[in-house]
Ligand binder design. Structure first.
Ligand code: ADP
Length: 398
């Protein structure tokens, strides 16, 4: 079966197309800058290795999908759009209602629209992608795969906030967790690598970052919460802060809600703190030149990640393995080394030379040394493949 996977963001549409026979990716592409004067398209044909780079004016998600489908047909990886039997959509927020791959119907769309209140930056864009597929691929089944789903197994003590209980009952204010597809994928790979790998901490560190505690294949805690703002510092998000800072900024400094939202989500994290960039590579360039603030940025991030790992060591009552994944986790060897140096009390140790070479890995790499009591892995994430597989299993469930 040919499965299209769509990850639709506010101004971008990313896609991959898979054949369920062997699970090969046939083509991947991204349309970036939807609604801007000029949109960039990057595509890669995995059948013949050809790359495409184009510019066009694309006003909305439907036009972006039409353009992408045109490139797919042009590439000849499939001959007819009717070959696409199903589409798996990454949907960020499933709330308490959706925690399984879900066939998209008019009722599901209505519920997702309601859930947009909880994820105003993400769900509306995801819905745009769904509607575009319904229009342009009318015969294909659309399946939603939720970022929150994998964390559905968290116990109450982990997902409830110590707020008046009625806030949970009346307004659904609780911790949901995100990046679930990635945490699920890499933890499953880790479980295949190691027998009795029952207590895993997965560190998805990219532009957005989160850590999860996984016991016997189930998420029992994760660092993101009601929104993706909670947890460790990210590219531009602040992660955990004292909420009283918000009142201080509003009352004493007269910031508006929108300004604070912008500061915490878009101007903080690596970008705001370092004053250099949200891109770890540029911070590392300055660290190499002994820039003190860049060194402090790296230490702050490492410290905060090590603190979460230590907390989850208690959540899991010990650790069998730690997994690093996503753009920073898979590549920033110096961050991994800095984090593991802070965890020596857990009898964890790194094979420093293997760790240093583990950059852009194509397959899992063990970076712990022989005497380490905890296995440490770098595992490239593949959220799209996981979405495709879950879509396939939903279609074949009947
Ligand atoms: P997203 O959350 O958008 O999916 P990614 O997981 O792709 O993000 O991570 C993107 C980030 O990965 C970049 O902003 C950059 O900081 C980091 N990154 C990418 N390549 C490298 C590298 N070679 N070394 C260090 N960091 C990298």
């Amino acid at each position: 079966m040919i499965i299209l996977v769509i990850n639709s963001g506010s101004s971008s549409l990313k896609f991959k197309i898979f054949n369920s026979k062997g699970w090969n990716c046939l083509y991947k592409g991204i349309v970036d800058g939807i609604g801007l004067k000029l949109c960039h398209f990057e595509g890669k044909n995995y059948v013949n290795g050809a790359k495409t780079s184009k510019q066009s004016s694309i006003k909305n998600h439907q036009e972006a999908l039409k353009y992408s489908l045109g490139r797919i047909i042009e590439s000849a990886v499939i001959t007819d759009l009717k070959d696409i039997k199903s589409v798996g959509h990454r949907v960020v927020h499933g709330g308490e209602k959706y925690y399984k791959p879900t066939k998209i119907t008019a009722t599901v769309i209505k519920t997702l629209e309601k859930l947009s209140e909880l994820a105003p930056l993400h769900n509306p864009a995801n819905i745009q992608g769904i509607k575009a597929c319904q229009k342009l691929l009318p015969k294909a089944s659309n399946i939603a795969i939720f970022d929150t789903a994998f964390h559905h197994t968290m116990p109450k003590e982990a997902y409830l906030y110590a707020l008046p209980y009625k806030f949970y009952k009346n307004y659904d204010i609780r911790r949901y967790g995100f990046h679930g597809t990635s945490h699920k994928y890499v933890s499953q790979v880790a479980r295949k690598l190691l027998k009795n790998n029952n207590r895993i901490i997965t560190c998805h560190i990219g532009n957005g970052s989160s850590i999860a505690a996984i016991k016997n294949g189930k998420s029992i805690d994760t660092s993101m919460g009601f929104t993706p703002l909670e947890g460790i510092p990210m590219g531009t998000r602040c992660g955990d802060i004292d909420p009283a800072i918000v009142f201080y900024l509003m009352e004493k400094k007269h910031y508006t809600t929108d300004q604070i939202d912008d500061i915490l989500n878009k101007k903080s994290g690596l970008k705001g703190f370092s004053g250099i960039s949200q891109d770890m590579r540029l911070i590392w360039e300055k660290v190499k030149k002994q820039d003190e603030h860049a060194i402090l940025t790296l230490n702050l991030l490492s410290y905060r990640i090590a603190k979460y790992i230590s907390a989850y060591a208690s959540t899991l009552n010990g650790i069998d393995s730690i997994v690093f994944t996503a753009g920073i986790g898979e590549n920033a060897w110096y961050l991994r080394e800095n984090i593991i140096n802070r965890l020596k009390y857990l009898h964890i140790s790194l094979n420093k030379s293997v760790n240093k070479e583990a950059i852009y890995p194509k397959s899992p790499i063990e970076i712990s040394d022989k005497k380490s009591k905890v296995k440490i892995y770098v595992i490239p994430t593949n959220e799209e493949l996981e979405i495709a597989k879950q879509t396939f299993s939903q279609i074949n469930r009947k």
